[in-house]
Design a protein around this ligand. Structure first.
Ligand SMILES: Cc1cn([C@H]2C[C@H](O)[C@@H](COP(=O)(O)OP(=O)(O)OP(=O)(O)O)O2)c(=O)[nH]c1=O
Length: 200
């Protein structure tokens, strides 16, 4: 039985697209980067912390239980932009992303009671056009940046800011579907839309 340790409606919607049955689990783990922890290692650790927290909620589950956890962060100049704490933080992030290319790192972890531990990571490069100050103000006022890493949603109005995307659109949204399908298929789940492992 597959569980998704996530409160994110986007992740639930993305995983459902793979045509696999799963149950969502609410987990809340502190997302805090340790001093000196490299950005990519941090995203991978948080994804596996979420899966481990989900597994801990399923003490009584049988040996076949599998829990998927995922984390998405925006990285610019080695700095990790998580979800903005408020509108001022969102404004600051958007002004930093304006006219630049940043990375979106999405890690997926699959943990099982019987020792299954698999991880995949997707790194996308997203270029933003230079944003006008009024555009940033209007976007922040729209509320869309709230709860989104880097203060934007590619699946929303912010796609109009993107001049180039190299990588995984679903990874930017929060759950890289190719990498997730591979992990689940490798763990033996019947995935109707699995493909061969890509090189990207
Ligand atoms: C960059 C980007 C992020 N996001 C979202 C995906 C994630 O929900 C969020 C990053 O925060 P996360 O900490 O990865 O996830 P979360 O707290 O929303 O959900 P949970 O930990 O319960 O799984 O940003 C978008 O929806 N669109 C985007 O374009």
């Amino acid at each position: 039985m597959l569980h998704l340790a996530s409160k994110s409606p986007r992740r639930r919607e993305l995983l459902a697209r793979l045509g696999v049955a799963f149950t969502p689990l609410d987990v809340d783990i502190p997302e805090q980067r340790a001093a000196g922890e490299p950005a990519h290692a941090y995203v991978c650790r948080v994804a596996s912390d979420k899966a481990a927290a989900g597994l801990a909620l399923l003490q009584d589950a049988g040996p076949g239980v599998l829990v998927l956890g995922s984390d998405t962060e925006v990285v610019l100049d080695g700095e990790v932009f998580g979800k903005p704490a408020d509108d001022a933080a969102a404004r600051e992030m958007l002004l930093r992303l304006s006219g630049r290319t940043h990375e979106v790192v999405s890690a997926v972890s699959l943990l099982g009671r019987d020792g299954v531990a698999r991880q995949a990571v997707s790194v996308s490069r997203v270029s933003f056009a230079p944003l006008l100050p009024d555009t940033v103000e209007a976007y922040v006022a729209s509320g869309e940046p709230r709860g989104k890493a880097g203060g934007y949603a590619i699946q929303g109005v912010a796609e109009a800011f993107v001049t180039r995307l190299e990588g995984s659109y679903s990874g930017v949204m929060g759950l890289p579907l190719h990498q997730t399908a591979m992990l689940l298929a490798e763990a033996g789940l019947p995935i109707p839309f699995a493909s061969a492992r890509g090189t990207a």
